[in-house]
Every structure is written in structure tokens, then in C-alpha cells.
Write a protein that binds this ligand. Sequence first.
Ligand code: GUN
Length: 301
Amino acid sequence: MAEAKIIDGKAFAAGLRSRVAQGVADLKKSHGITPGLAVVLVGEDPASQVYVRSKEKALVELGMNSFDHHHPMDMSEEDLLVLIAKLNADPAVHGILVQLPLPRHMDTTKVLAAIAPEKDADGFHVVNAGLLATGQKGAIVPCTPLGSLLLIRDTLGTDLKGKRALVLGRSNIVGKPMAQLLLQQDCTVTVAHSRTADLPGECRRADILVAAVGRPEMVRGDWIKPGACVIDVGINRVPGAEPGKTRLAGDVAFDEAKLVAGSITPVPGGVGPMTIACLMLNTLTAACRAAGAPVPAEALA
Ligand code: GUN
């Protein structure tokens, strides 16, 4: 059998970003509004600093406002809640992102609940999770699952009816919303996790396999149904070929999987670039809703 098609998330994300930039320019022209995202970072976690910087850079590149709020590790939860209340009330702020993980002395659930749902650019608020789970309009959808779905639809076509989908991982950020999105597409969805019996067997039945467990190369080639579409959400740093060097690995053993799958996302260059592009899309969507302008999300995606 031929090797899998490598799904180019970087190229798809670049296209989406340029469509979002056009949407931003249109909103400025029609309503005089520049979409703005407040990016809140507490502490100095190096990975979080890298993520936050790339989000802020993307906002500026696409013509949006980036309101940066970087605070030291010892910021109190009370002060963070006061900041969020201020951002909720600020009409120039259309989206709010609080970078996770938060320091241990903070209650993440409480902090996320304080964000106004219509400004929740990450889609982590229970109101947005509930709107998505009940299939209602107006949900802001978490960026990584949204980006994954866009890649799946671009690869397999928009009719996913009746396909068997296996989501490996049950996090609130990826696994659960991913399962909801695939269910909305009329897939038959299984959510597997660390306690699932016969994980390889479950995976082998899947036409669409989304791996989001954060365990490097856990999904082996012989876990994959021949021809399946494999979406690898994992970004794991592992020891590289040379001593002292590291490399990025997904949750899927790529070299084995590409010999069996029909299509597969690489790591890096697959889902990763889609997450930021979808954050830009969510920010534009929130700004359009706030302005009473048509929401271009469907057309852009
Ligand atoms: N930390 C890891 N991924 C994410 C994400 O998508 N959003 C936020 N806010 N924090 C994260």
C-alpha cells in the first residue's frame, strides 16, 4: 500500500490566517472596530512564554490588537479575578485568554468561570462547553479540536456521516470537545483513555483517530486501521538522536503509522499551527458578535 498523505497543517493554517486577516480588514472598514485579544500570563513557565509570544505575534500580523498582561508567579488569585473583571468590562477587548497551567495557588475552574463567556476565546468556559455539547449556536469552540476538525474535513471531505471516530484522551481542552465536534458531524464516536480495555483494538476500528494523550509515540503502526485518517495532537519533547539534543514527538509513532494510515498529521507542522490560527478565528468571531456584524467563521474555515 502507498504511504499516507501527510496533512500539511502549516499550509492550511497559513491560508486560514490570511482569510482571518481579510475578515479583520473587512470589520474595520464596515464597523470601525479592531478585534482585540487580552493574553494573560501568570508566571515564567518557559513553554507558556513561547506559546504566548507566538499568539501575540500572530495577532499583530493579522491586524488585531494584542493586550498583553504578564504577571509574576506570586500574583494573588484575587488580583487575577479583578483583572479579568476589568477586561470583561473593556469594550476594546473582544477576547480573553488566560494561559494554562496557572500557578498552583490558583483555582483554574474559578478563574475560567470568571471570564465572560462571549469573550472566552479559548472556549473553556462551562457555558461554551455546554453550548457545544448541546449543539447550540453561539458556542466558542476550543482551538485545538476546531483546528483538528478543519484538517479532517479538508482531508476526507465535509461528509463524515457514519464514520467511526476514536478520540484518545478525555481532557476538557481537547478530548471532550473533539468528541462533541465529531458527534455533530454524525460520526460514531468512542472516547478512549488510560483505563480503556484493549486500546489497540479500539483504535484499529477507527476511520478517524485523534490522539491527544501527551504520551510520546504511544499509538503504534499496528493500532491503525489501514487507510485511516490520523490526527496527532501530541507535542512531546523527547531525547534526540545526538546526546544532549531533544526533538518533538507526537502521540503517534509517525514512521510506523504513515505506512498504514491513509492520511496523517506530522509533529511538528500538523495540528500545532492550526491551534493559533483558530484562536485568531475565535477572536474575530467574538469581535463580529460584539459589533453585531455577520460572523464569517463558517465561510472562513
Ligand atoms: N495551555 C496549553 N494549551 C493551552 C490553550 O490552548 N489555551 C490556554 N489558554 N492555555 C493552554
